[in-house]
Ligand binder design. Structure first.
Ligand code: NAD
Ligand code: TYD
Length: 348
């Protein structure tokens, strides 16, 4: 049996990746390492917590001594690294915590892997999960490819770009076998309600205003989170060492159009007259340094590994809205803070 470390597995994307790996790969023992920051929520993975091939470890990737000991103890064969501070707005208020987790945390993991693997890299792999935001902002034309130069604009994307550079540097300098992916905006179940789609679903449920930044004409490429998890599984097993793959939804939306579509779906689901939720839209002060447009060319992963998104945006958004409406306790536990007590109740 191989020991695989997944970091950030109590977060949004990480929880889907942990679920997929635990259920699809009984030949692995999955260790889910997560600090349980405000974004970490063990209620995201209650369905697999009792699995025989799963262990949760509460711990901070910034703590180098702890990370070193953990790698020595479990002799991980592979690392799937998702733990990060992930919200752009928070990075504008507190850049240093992004440097600590995203840069120093990543380097701590790289050092620990390098030490235990000690140059014997056969069957070993460090998979670093990154974002398309490292490429900066597009104008109205063009797509990000794997060779687009890095040009990050927010403290979040600068910290992710830095961590990507360190991963590649460990590959070049020490031969550490890595694979790296840059993905577009994800959406779906278990998304923390500070990000656009879950925040607005929650606000519509509670008749609260929908704060659209600036003129709402910013464009993002949206991917259903389970399709990202499938891509991660594929890249971890079939991606080439020392290579990079872009992952995206071929699905660009201006924020305001997305918000209007969401309002329409929510009105129908909640039995409200069409147009009701749109009245909640409030244009607010823009985010500083707001990137105009992200759009991914995901043809390399399509051609080389055969991956493509499995759902359309309309299908994915409908699934997402249904999930949030059926799981309002999950949402309420976050807004009340109850979710933060899960670890104490379950593990202590
Ligand atoms: P998230 O904020 O939902 O989850 C992050 C997880 O990391 C949380 O469970 C948190 O507790 C944990 N964590 C944070 N700091 C930690 C630390 N110091 N030590 C250990 N654990 C820590 O994030 P997400 O949206 O699931 O993103 C996961 C990864 O995917 C990130 O690396 C992010 O940059 C990348 N990514 C996200 C998106 C997106 O749209 N959400 C798109 C592309 C790439
Ligand atoms: P977000 O979900 O924070 O993801 P990211 O900034 O990583 O792309 O935001 C998606 C888009 O929605 C982005 O252009 C900012 C915008 N946005 C709003 O207009 N209002 C909001 O309240 C939030 C959270 C985001």
């Amino acid at each position: 049996m191989k020991n695989i470390l997944i970091t950030g597995g109590a977060g949004f994307i990480g929880s889907h990746v942990v679920r997929l790996f635990v259920t699809k790969h009984p030949q692995y023992h999955i260790f889910n390492l997560d600090a349980l920051t405000y974004a970490g929520n063990l209620e995201n993975i209650t369905d697999i917590e009792a699995a025989a091939n799963y262990t949760f470890i509460k711990g901070d990737i910034v703590d180098a001594a702890f990370i070193d000991q953990l790698f020595v103890k479990h002799q991980f064969d592979g690392v799937v690294h998702l733990a990060a501070e992930s919200h752009v707005d928070r990075s504008i208020k507190d850049p240093l915590s992004f440097v600590k987790t995203n840069v120093i945390g990543t380097v701590n993991l790289l050092n620990a892997a390098k030490t235990i693997w000690n140059g014997k890299y056969e069957g070993k792999r460090f998979y670093h999960i990154s974002t398309d935001e490292v490429y900066g902002s597009l104008g109205s034309e063009g797509l990000f490819t794997e060779t687009t130069a890095y040009d990050p604009n927010s403290p979040y994307s600068a910290s992710k770009a830095s961590s990507d550079h360190f991963v590649r540097a460990y590959g070049e300098t020490y031969g550490l076998p890595y694979v790296l992916t840059n993905c577009s905006n994800n959406y779906g179940p278990f998304h923390f309600p500070e990000k656009l789609i879950p925040l607005f679903i929650n606000n519509i449920i509670h008749n609260k205003s929908l704060p659209v930044y600036g003129d709402g004409k910013y464009t993002r490429d949206w991917l259903y989170v389970e399709d990202h998890a499938v891509a991660i599984d594929l890249v971890f097993h079939q991606g080439k060492n020392y290579d990079t793959y872009n992952i995206g939804g071929f699905n660009e939306w201006q924020n305001i159009d997305l918000v209007k579509l969401l309002c329409k779906i929510m009105d129908a689901k909640l039995g409200r007259t069409e147009g009701t939720s749109e009245q909640l839209i409030a244009y607010v002060k823009d985010r500083p340094g707001h990137d105009l447009r992200y759009a991914i060319d995901a043809s390399k992963i399509n051609k080389e590994l055969g991956w493509k998104p499995s759902v359309t945006f309309e299908q994915g958004l409908e699934k997402t809205v249904n999930w949030y409406l059926e799981n309002q306790t999950w949402l309420n536990n976050i807004t009340s803070g109850e979710y933060a007590t899960y670890y104490e109740k379950q593990y202590n």
